[in-house]
Design a protein around this ligand. Structure first.
Ligand SMILES: Nc1ncnc2c1ncn2[C@@H]1O[C@H](COP(=O)(O)OP(=O)(O)OP(=O)(O)O)[C@@H](O)[C@H]1O
Length: 613
């Protein structure tokens, strides 16, 4: 229980944690006033059943005299009205407490999803290599809601109902100890037994609920992302079945826990009704209606508060047990110590422009959870304002090398240096502000062409001139202005479905050029372009050479023909380097790449012509 409380406390926004104390104080006051409401029925019923009680009970006669009453009827009316006021105040306070608790908890959901989103966005790139994006969206959007609505909120209500139950039981003990202890033990034992019997089962189905939820989210996101291939392969039914099973499990678990948490209520209400009848008979036999009536009234009112309170305590504990795995899932990802968070959200970091060279020294890199190094002992020196080509067969390590230069991956050993500055968490954002990067597959947002070129910037901060300049360089401007109905404001559809592969790639190139960076990295960025467009784009890129540092990863060897230097990567190592002429005449691996004899990269054209040139 303490463990659960600690976890729930960790869910709270640090700035809001102290407010819990205020809520607890409010709950205590509410429980006290509600108990007073229950107790207030006793003097009323005592005087109602026997006006002689005013004389017999010293505290009643004291109240009667000091308030200046002269008739027992008026005093009875006063006691009735007072009981009513205290009872209604208790109920109103209870409603207010529930409102405050619900409001507080709901705000926590906003804080929690925001904190988690912030945490995910700060994680190093490697984190994304290991996690499914559908799963991350699910945790941010759904599990945070689940954790708050079904764990945090119920836990707060649990506290409130426990305080009320303790307070009412204490009152009953003060009035009639043995009877009260009997009732409390009976109720406690009934609920306790059901809970103990279902505890393991609740944990198990709670864990399976999280797993089933993960499965249905990832299946749904895969099914939509791969809609084209799935349709062509006719795999819709397979996806539907893959989605159906976890969805059914998810729904069944939810239904089962709701049923279990509500079921005892009916049995307990029946038992309580029988108990009250027995109580009446017992009290009547003991001292007649005058002694029995106040106690019966007290138990009637106390029962009205206690039975729902016990029921809610039970159902909340059951629901909490079921939902703790959702809390665990959120807490695990919120654990900022699990992975260092180098990324700072500085809006405009000062670019770290290289003055002499980008240097990789003794760099080795291994992907998480793999044994074989993707890159081994690399030593590369890229002088500024030169154009470097990077070639190699598929899987040689080209993209990994690019990701290391981009600062997305951290070398296992060795270092990446910008002049004399070693890249690290403190300067990575400055370095990245220097870079323009075009990946193999371009991510496109369902927004306008302009918003995609200036990705992530709000509309009022997009520099339209820079957009147009970049689009012209990327050979995109004519297409946008002549063929799209709204020019740069045309919406391109989710992941750019309304564009051809070549058009998407040109948007990616324009995006890299938008900031006018001093270092440009193209990772097979022209592979989807037709020959004429590629030539035009390459010409534009080569026009930049001399004024920018350019790294070109290419599988069409002709693309790197005019590079100042070409690096040949093979099985994670630089095996040859030089200019086109020297490599064509002396580079054995390069020659084999050129003739296509090295299991060349995907989509590669026959390169005999390149070798023959
Ligand atoms: N996320 C990853 N986890 C584990 N291994 C990976 C991961 N990404 C790449 N690798 C491995 O690292 C090696 C280098 O991959 P990389 O993508 O850098 O090659 P590449 O030269 O860019 O290939 P291609 O031309 O096909 O894109 C490959 O053996 C690949 O299987």
């Amino acid at each position: 229980m303490l463990q659960t409380a600690k976890k729930l406390y960790a869910l709270l926004h640090p700035g809001d944690r102290s407010k819990v104390i205020l809520l607890i104080l409010l709950m205590i006051v509410t429980a006290f006033v509600q108990t007073a409401g229950v107790a207030s029925i006793m003097p009323f019923l005592a005087v109602l059943s026997d006006p002689g009680m005013i004389e017999a009970k010293p505290w009643l006669s004291h109240a009667y005299n000091s308030l200046g009453f002269s008739s027992s009827t008026a005093f009875l009316q006063f006691l009735g009205i007072a009981a009513f006021i205290v009872f209604v105040t208790g109920t109103a306070l209870q409603a207010f407490t529930q409102w405050a608790v619900t409001r507080y908890s709901s705000l926590q959901q906003y804080h929690l999803s925001y904190r988690l989103m912030d945490e995910y966005l700060r994680r190093p790139y490697e984190f994304y290599l290991l996690r499914n994006s559908g799963d991350l969206s699910k945790t941010v959007l759904q599990e945070t809601g689940q954790a708050v609505a079904t764990a945090l909120l119920p836990a707060m209500r649990l506290l409130s109902y426990t305080l009320l139950a303790v307070s009412v039981v204490t009152l009953l003990i003060v009035v009639e100890p043995w009877l009260a202890l009997g009732v409390a033990t009976g109720l406690g034992a009934a609920y306790g037994t059901i809970y103990l019997l279902s505890k393991q089962w609740l944990s198990r189905i709670g864990k399976d609920r999280v797993a089933a939820n993960r499965e249905r989210f990832t299946t749904a996101s895969e099914a939509f992302a791969g809609a084209k291939e799935i349709r062509l392969l006719g795999r819709e039914r397979n996806y539907l079945e893959r989605f159906g099973n976890p969805s059914r499990r998810f729904a069944m678990h939810q239904a089962n826990v709701t049923l279990l948490s509500n079921l005892p209520q009916y049995a307990i209400e029946g038992a309580a009704f029988g108990g009250v009848l027995l109580l009446v008979l017992y009290l009547m036999s003991d001292g007649g209606i005058a002694t029995a009536l106040p106690l019966i009234g007290l138990y009637g009112l106390a029962g009205k508060q206690l039975i729902p309170a016990f029921q809610k305590i039970f159902s909340t504990i059951a629901v909490l047990r079921f939902n703790m795995p959702a809390v665990d899932a959120v807490l695990e990802d919120l654990d900022t110590t699990a992975t260092p968070s180098p990324a700072q959200f500085e809006p405009d970091p000062t670019p770290l422009n290289p003055q002499c060279a980008i240097v990789l020294q003794d760099v080795t890199y291994r992907y998480p959870e793999t044994d074989k190094a993707a890159l081994e002992d690399l030593n590369i020196n890229i002088p500024v304002n030169t154009t470097i080509g990077l070639v190699g067969s598929s899987g040689a390590g080209k993209s990994t090398l690019v990701d290391l230069i981009l600062g997305l991956l951290k070398p296992e050993s060795g270092e990446v240096r910008i002049d004399d500055t070693v890249l690290g968490p403190a300067n990575i954002r400055n370095w990245q502000a220097t870079l323009g990067y075009v990946p193999q597959s371009i991510f496109l947002a369902d927004q306008s062409i302009a918003a995609n070129i200036a990705l992530g910037l709000p509309a009022d901060r997009i520099d339209r001139q820079a957009v147009e300049r970049a689009a012209r360089l990327a050979n995109l401007h004519d297409f946008v202005t002549q063929e799209l109905p709204e020019g740069y404001d045309t919406i391109i559809g989710e992941r750019g479905v309304r564009l051809s592969g070549g058009q998407r790639q040109r948007i990616g190139i324009a995006r890299a050029l938008y900031r006018d960076p001093s270092v440009l990295i193209f990772d097979e960025a022209t592979s989807a372009l037709d020959n004429t467009t590629e030539r035009a784009v390459m010409e534009a890129i080569h026009n930049l050479s001399g004024s920018k540092t350019i790294i070109l990863v290419a599988h069409r060897l002709t693309t790197v023909q005019s590079c100042d230097r070409i690096l040949v990567l093979h099985e994670g190592k630089i095996v040859e380097q030089g200019n086109w002429e020297s490599l064509i005449s002396q580079g054995r691996i390069f020659q084999r790449l050129a003739t296509g004899a090295l299991g060349a990269a995907h989509g590669q054209e026959p390169h005999a012509s390149a070798a023959e040139r």
